[in-house]
Write a protein that binds this ligand. Structure first.
Ligand SMILES: Nc1ncnc2c1ncn2[C@@H]1O[C@H](COP(=O)(O)OP(=O)(O)O)[C@@H](O)[C@H]1O
Ligand SMILES: O=C(CO)[C@H](O)[C@H](O)COP(=O)(O)O
Length: 558
């Protein structure tokens, strides 16, 4: 029998990566990364140069097409296979990364009439400028006793579809009116390959409050937000919502030529990046928490029942693996915090020393920070540089470092930042446990476990749990490829379900990270201090972070 392949394409925050995967055992034959030409657009709009306001984060849809046109042919070329041996392709995407499109499915930002309006562009998942709308959504939903709120830990996020769409209506009603639909970038990108827009149940469930039985929030609820929103679900979010692994369509001849694949290749419905990773580490049953660790961290857990969990991002039936409730929680910045420190705050001597030792700045800081004992820095940080996603669900919270002195060293600050993100993860695990879900094992994937061993040891010590690490460097793309193989089906050489695909294709490394008892004891003490700060700054005892933000905005507008 000839070998069959699937391609997974992971659309991240800064770049898109394709992997070509052998279906018999999940080994990766080739991978290729295409950085987004326009990066994250958070300062000025392309073309017009218009200055964006604080908390905005946009992307350029053409960058996604470039990933398909460059990375997909590159992996086929590098592996030397016949493109006809690729039977399926799946993609995963950051979410909610959404855009308004016209009747032809064209992004409004491609239309010269709308290009100068930032609301016509793709709003990236970390666009946080719709917090006012999110706050109103949560107030009104709570006052009306809307049942859907409990599935999202009591709060919908400013990162999600309803808040972002409402922000468009409030600030750019002409864009709202001109939008025939609001679509997830994942679904738009799939539509570029198949010619039809279909929505995937994962993005719709976690990010647009869609429910398999109940659909989107009701017309009455949307109308209570704003009468002009009443029809939004029926109009601008209309269309089939299909389960993960479903074939969205087949690759059109035009896109096949541009991507170097055979026309008719099965294309799976889109998926959320973090979620695609779960079956790719072999997790298809409850009790095993998967952490997708990169710019941000997403925590995914399967459960047999739907339970209310404090500050959860969402629980969706069949949202990750069919037959289970998929729970998601998360931290809005993790790698991004380390990147901030390295790019904005380390002294010049560190960069020079790192260069002299042939290391990058992260590696240099990790090496020095590894020489410190747990607790030795005397520092404690709150990991809210990009707000708090779980369990406080508040984008207006900010970061803090406590305990700085004239003797504080850069590696101590770096270690405190690593530790802060581990404390944030422990808080999430405790919320799951309190809600009655088992967390017996931890699995880590994404870029960070491959890059920073100290970080992983700290996570094991802070959570007092062994951590298994994905064997693949591109776990989310591997997961996307697995869904591509499911979309193709067993008859074509793929698989009939994600559980079968995971049994054959998922892999974790032999080596694990085990907690070191002496560190666990110190981190228990530090975590208790973290929790005091967490509740003090995060639950209303002292809203100084919000007041500072207000003063900053006032000053900025003067
Ligand atoms: N050695 C390192 N230690 C810790 N963080 C790192 C290191 N190198 C890069 N990073 C961080 O990793 C993040 C990128 O993670 P990655 O998983 O590759 O991307 P993405 O989240 O976009 O999929 C960046 O935020 C960067 O700051
Ligand atoms: O909210 C999400 C998943 O539910 C985002 O997709 C995610 O946080 C972006 O992740 P990253 O840039 O770290 O891959």
């Amino acid at each position: 029998m000839t070998q069959k392949y699937a391609i997974g394409v992971d659309f991240g925050t800064e770049s898109g990566r394709a992997v070509l995967v052998r279906l018999s055992d999940g080994t990766e034959a080739a991978e290729h990364v295409t950085p987004y030409r326009h990066h994250v657009i958070d300062e000025r709009l392309p073309e017009t140069g218009l200055k964006l306001e604080h908390d905005w984060a946009l992307q350029h849809p053409r960058d996604y097409i470039e990933v398909l046109e460059r990375s997909v042919p590159a992996v086929v070329r590098a592996s030397g296979i016949d493109p006809a041996e690729v039977i399926g392709l799946g993609i995963d995407f950051t979410a909610c990364t959404m855009l308004p499109v016209d009747k032809a499915g064209r992004p409004l930002c491609f239309d010269p009439a709308f290009q100068a309006n930032p609301h016509s562009w793709v709003k990236l998942w970390k666009h946080h400028a719709a917090q006012a709308e999110a706050d109103r959504i949560n107030e009104i939903a709570a006052a009306r006793g809307e049942r859907f709120l409990a599935r999202y830990g009591g709060k919908l996020s400013s990162e999600w579809m309803l808040a972002k769409a409402w922000q468009i209506l409030n600030e750019a009603p002409d864009i709202y009116d001109a939008a025939d639909q609001f679509v997830e970038a994942a679904d738009w990108t799939v539509a570029q390959m198949t010619g039809v827009i279909v929505r995937n149940s994962c993005s719709a469930g976690y990010k647009a409050a869609w429910h398999r039985q109940e659909g989107y929030p009701s017309r009455e609820f949307l109308g209570a937000l704003d009468p002009r929103l009443a029809d939004m679900a029926a109009t601008k979010l209309r269309g089939d919502v299909l389960p993960l692994g479903t074939k969205a369509g087949e690759l059109t001849p035009d896109m096949a030529a541009r991507m170097g694949l055979a026309a008719g290749t099965a294309i799976a419905v889109g998926n959320v990046d973090a979620h695609a990773a779960v079956p790719a580490v072999g997790v298809v049953t409850p009790g095993r928490l998967v952490m997708t660790m990169g710019t941000s961290v997403c925590h995914m857990l399967l459960g047999a029942e739907e339970k209310p969990i404090e500050g959860l991002c969402g629980v969706v039936e069949d949202g990750i693996v069919p037959g289970y409730y998929g729970y998601e929680a998360g931290q809005a910045a993790v790698g991004d915090i380390f990147a901030w420190y390295v790019d904005e705050a380390v002294p010049a001597y560190v960069a020079e020393a790192a260069r002299d030792e042939g290391l990058n700045v992260h590696e240099w800081l990790e090496k020095r920070a590894s020489g410190l004992k747990a607790g030795e820095s005397g520092l404690l940080a709150l990991d809210w540089w990009n707000g708090n996603r779980s369990v406080l669900a508040d984008a207006n919270l900010t970061g803090t470092i406590l305990g700085l002195t004239l003797l504080t060293k850069p590696q101590e600050v770096y270690r405190a930042l690593l530790e802060a993100t581990a404390f944030g993860t422990r808080k999430i695990i405790e919320a799951f446990l309190r809600g009655g879900l088992a967390v017996d094992e931890l699995y880590a994937c994404g870029g960070l476990p491959q890059k920073n061993r100290l970080l992983m040891q700290i996570y094991a010590d802070v959570t007092n749990r062994e951590i298994k690490v994905a064997a693949s460097k591109q776990t989310t793309a591997l997961g996307a490829a697995m869904f591509g193989a499911v979309a193709a089906g067993a008859a074509k050489g793929g698989y009939d379900g994600i559980v079968d695909a995971a049994a054959a294709m998922a892999r974790v490394r032999e080596e694990t990270f085990r907690p070191i008892p002496a560190n666990v004891a110190v981190y228990d003490k530090l975590y208790a201090e973290y929790m005091l700060l967490h509740d003090y700054f995060g639950r209303g005892a002292n809203d100084v972070m919000k007041r500072l933000k207000a003063i900053k905005e006032e000053a900025g507008s003067r």
